[in-house]
Design a protein around this ligand. Sequence first.
Ligand SMILES: Cc1cc2nc3c(=O)[nH]c(=O)nc-3n(C[C@@H](O)[C@H](O)[C@H](O)COP(=O)(O)OP(=O)(O)OC[C@H]3O[C@@H](n4cnc5c(N)ncnc54)[C@H](O)[C@@H]3O)c2cc1C
Length: 291
Amino acid sequence: MKPAPFTYHRAGSLAEAAEMAATLDNARLLSGGQSLMAMMNLRYVAVDHLIDLNPVAEIAGITIDGGRVTLGAMTRQRTVLEDAALAACCPILREALGFVGHVQTRNRGTVGGSLAHLDPAAELPGMAALLGAEITLTSQNGTRRVAMADYPLGYMTPDINGGEILTSLSFDAWPSGHGWDFREFAQRHGDFAMAGVGSLITLDANGCIDRAAVVLIGIDDGPVRPTDVEAMMIGEAPSDALFRAAGALIAERPMAGDALVTETYRQHLAGVLLRRSLANACVRASEPAHV
Ligand SMILES: Cc1cc2nc3c(=O)[nH]c(=O)nc-3n(C[C@@H](O)[C@H](O)[C@H](O)COP(=O)(O)OP(=O)(O)OC[C@H]3O[C@@H](n4cnc5c(N)ncnc54)[C@H](O)[C@@H]3O)c2cc1C
């Protein structure tokens, strides 16, 4: 299959890309191409202009400054998965990135492309929601920052205006010794998940949960942070009964069915994944600090 004809533009810098994005009609940005090229080949998307961000090195790379982590939009998913310093301060990213497609797709696929594509089951937007991240967008008019909580406007619809380029994702790392877990279920490894869960936990000196963050992917139009589940964890000692109660709460939540699974199946799956994810995050939080 071949895409409809288009004109290819190689952006040499962010400023050049922003100028092209502001002036070219019916244009799209090309990052890893792992979603866009397939959509163009299938003719779900037909563009007149393709603006290639691959040469724009200034928006690639990982910075860890104190506790603040910044991932440049053109950072490859493989780089996020393999970066040792990032794995030390935010181990859940390595665990989650292992589920993003395949080695070949991660070699090309980028942080920015995944966030802009915003598939409901995508792991990177899920991690951004879990970590309370902030997204930076750049255009000829300047820079705009959007909290990840406000960024999904609907199904595969990010808060990105015409002419804007997603340039980075930033978040505060959790304290040393926090517990983490990411898990998901898909028909085959590398497929988009039917449901996935990420958990971050810290325990106080008595072994009770004093901070909890949870995200679910694949169950709604975008990543879901269940504040009711997070709230019920606080002050509690980790226990099977607590995790089962959390799983039961999630399983009551309305979810969409699709060609692969019914709503009931997805609710059950999400509940089981959540229970197991919380349990493992608490075990890891109780172990000697990993950083
Ligand atoms: C076989 C296969 C399996 C996959 N499995 C998974 C999976 O399990 N989980 C998962 O999350 N993904 C999966 N993917 C998709 C993932 O590989 C893509 O990397 C990701 O969805 C898009 O990233 P990209 O860099 O390739 O972006 P592209 O495909 O280049 O772009 C995607 C969209 O984002 C826009 N865009 C790109 N960069 C920017 C930017 N900086 N600012 C604004 N807009 C931008 C583009 O215009 C386009 O609309 C899979 C892909 C394949 C082919």
